[in-house]
Design a protein around this ligand. Structure first.
Ligand SMILES: [Zn+2]
Length: 434
């Protein structure tokens, strides 16, 4: 599974617009799903305006944890409109039919994953990733009334206050770096604030969960260059994302990182045994690291089949809360990157149903739900920023680490690399090249 891959429009000859953003498949899917109305009813029959909880999450740590659930639920029910009314109202009010009917009360932050296929590794993964970043930035620019680029935790808070969806840029897959720290640094300058160390392929410096069990790869995790990538991300203030990484890469990254890490879209391995989910011992390490496991809704990672339900997702949330603690669980649904969604959680308009269900469990306090809804992620992001400030104060400078060229030779396709082609040819430059 991947993050959604944005596609630039193919401009028809004679088209008046030179850079139309009309072919963003995954974005259109998002907006279609976001614009559905939803009643707010828990699976067990309770009726709560849980969207109020999401909207009321002020993204500040000062909220009281004292309100009993029942009292809080009554308060949300008695104040303001239902989620259905809010969503419908926004849609009716929308003057621009082509604009996204997004209910900003339900979504505060979107992770935009700049993802390019593993097959592009050794080829044009880097320029393709630049295209993806460019598309997201242009999308945010095109819809300033809905979206706002977030390059800091404070940006998220500000976007929330202004009623915009904070858009966080990430790169899903270390192969997008082309094994160069200069590319990582340039991505940061372009607004990228998290990097998933691998996607479904190994890179010359990290192994993926998808290749685990291949025998020869099983013991490899991060090599020296991989640890330098993590170190440089810490220095820059970029969040290390370990969804998709192999167990050894996960362990190495947890050891190497000075800052909290995230699993941006992974669930509990104890409930669904796939290498994309997080095992118990790693959950405990995440607690010590101060990190966050954001539960993915892909049915294959929830119930290990296509028949997951909202209650199965609740079970994963409860499990991770029990093992890692309430401060280390979040939501990483992965809509637009998943083929099978749980029944009752088909799209983001269903989030209130999830919160309504959790409200039925007295062990979930109002503050717990706010942490799940966003405060935990915000805390992690702030800590990542703090580590970056500390490293700056320590005068840690940009790393000059280069990947060991021998790591680039295991694939014959690596000969597409200019450096290697040049080195292997050992020829004198022609006069026309000087
Ligand atoms: Zn993914």
């Amino acid at each position: 599974m991947s993050g959604c891959m944005l596609q630039l429009a193919q401009r028809a000859p004679g088209s008046p617009r030179s850079a139309a953003l009309t072919s963003m498949t995954c974005v259109r899917q998002s907006w279609r799903s976001l614009s559905r109305t939803s009643s707010v009813r828990s699976v067990n029959g309770g009726r709560y305006d849980a969207s109020k909880l999401i909207a009321a999450t002020e993204l500040e740590d000062s909220a009281s944890d004292a309100s009993p659930n029942r009292k809080a639920a009554k308060h949300w029910r008695s104040t303001g409109r239902s989620a259905t009314t809010v969503i419908s109202h926004d849609r009716r009010r929308g003057a621009d039919k082509a604009s996204p009917g997004v209910d900003r009360r339900l979504v505060t932050v979107r992770f935009w994953a700049a993802y390019v296929p593993c097959e592009s590794q050794w080829l044009d993964a880097v320029p393709m990733s630049v295209e993806q970043i460019d598309v997201v930035r242009r999308l945010v620019d095109k819809y300033p009334h809905y979206l706002s680029l977030a390059t800091s935790a404070q940006d998220i808070v500000e976007a929330h206050r202004r009623g915009r969806i904070a858009s966080l840029l990430g790169v899903e897959g270390g192969h997008s770096l082309g094994s160069r720290l200069a590319v990582l640094r340039t991505f940061y300058q372009s607004g990228v604030r998290y990097l998933t160390l691998t996607h479904t392929c190994d890179t010359p410096w990290a192994t993926s969960s998808a290749t685990e069990g291949d025998g020869e790869h099983v013991a490899r995790g991060l090599n020296d260059f991989g640890k330098a990538v993590v170190h440089e991300m810490n220095r820059l203030g970029m969040i290390v994302d370990l969804s998709h990484t192999s167990r050894q890469t996960t362990m190495d990254a947890l050891r190497a990182s000075r800052a909290p890490v995230i699993f941006s879209h992974s669930s509990a391995q104890a409930l669904c045994n796939t290498s994309r989910n997080v095992p118990d011992d790693v959950l405990k390490k995440v607690t010590r690291n101060g990190g966050l496991v954001m539960v993915n809704f892909y049915s294959e990672f929830i119930s290990c089949d296509h028949n997951a339900t909202l209650l199965d997702v609740v079970a994963h949330l409860n499990y991770i809360r029990a093992v890692a603690g309430i401060d280390h669980v979040g939501l990483g649904a992965g809509y637009d990157g998943i083929n099978w969604t749980p029944r009752g959680l088909e799209d983001v308009s269903m989030y209130p149903h999830l919160f309504a269900e959790l409200l039925m469990d007295a062990s979930w306090t109002e503050m717990d739900l706010k942490k799940l809804a966003g405060l935990n992620f915000l805390r992690v992001f702030r800590q990542v920023e703090e580590v970056s400030r500390q490293m700056t104060a320590e005068q840690v400078t940009a790393s000059e680490e280069r990947v060991d060229p021998r790591q680039l030779l295991f694939s014959s396709a690596a000969r597409c690399s200019y450096d290697l082609t040049e080195a292997l040819s050992k020829r004198a430059p022609k006069s026309t090249e000087l």
